[in-house]
Design a protein around this ligand. Structure first.
Ligand code: TYD
Length: 205
């Protein structure tokens, strides 16, 4: 039987990594199955060079950026995600198709319908649940500033960019209410965000 596939979404600084770690442990204990924790871009063997290329490159057109994120996902799917699920492991993945929709069509203004069509044509596996940590861009940007002195180009794009991306994420989540768990995390501590996520996941796992 295939494992459970869960993705975590949110703008930079939303707290995805912290929750992914806790969630992986929780899911492993709850299901008794090994749980693979991974991320995009670059979460496959050898993927770091493509990650660095995409995130630190300069002057790519929005379309080639989109195609590079999808190439990264294609490798991630074939080398990590599908083999893990087929072996019966669960997978927790930071960022997925919704990052591409929110950043490349929301943030970088590609036509959303076109981006959606291109993503759909890739036929990547569909997560069992998608989690959106919905944090205010103001809070997130302060966190990002405090944790890195050299932000990558997406993080460096600033508040207006983050606001657009956050707005896109909300629309995406609203369009799939049965699949998305949305946690508004402003004013919540790490434990409270985790509790909000797991209480919703309990019904599904
Ligand atoms: P990363 O540092 O991994 O994100 P986080 O801040 O969440 O830890 O950087 C990934 C960056 O790549 C992030 O700014 C979002 C961007 N991105 C896209 O624009 N499109 C995509 O499809 C993916 C997967 C990421």
């Amino acid at each position: 039987m295939a494992g459970i596939f869960i993705t975590l979404e949110g703008i930079d600084g939303a707290g995805k990594s912290t929750q992914a770690g806790r969630l992986a442990q929780w899911l492993e204990e709850r299901t008794g199955r090994k749980t693979v924790r991974t991320f995009e871009p670059g979460g496959w063997p050898g993927g770091n060079s493509l990650r660095e290329f995409i995130l630190n490159g300069r002057g790519f057109s929005a379309m080639s950026e989109l195609l590079m994120f999808l190439a990264d996902r294609a490798e991630h799917v074939s080398r990590v995600i599908l083999p893990s699920l087929r072996q019966g492991h669960n997978v927790i993945c930071e960022r997925w198709n919704e990052s591409t929709l929110a950043y490349q069509s929301g943030g970088h203004e590609l036509n959303p319908a076109h981006v959606k069509r291109i993503i759909n044509a890739c036929n990547f596996p569909e997560p069992d649940a998608k989690i959106l940590i919905d944090i205010s861009p103001e809070t997130a940007i302060e966190r990002v500033k405090s944790r890195k002195n050299n932000p990558d180009k997406f993080e460096a794009e600033g508040l207006a960019f983050m606001k657009t991306v956050a707005g896109f994420y909300r629309l995406i989540a609203e369009s799939e209410p049965g699949k998305f768990i949305v946690v508004k995390s402003d004013g919540l501590n790490e434990d409270e965000v985790f509790a909000a996520i797991t209480s919703r996941l309990e019904a599904m796992t």
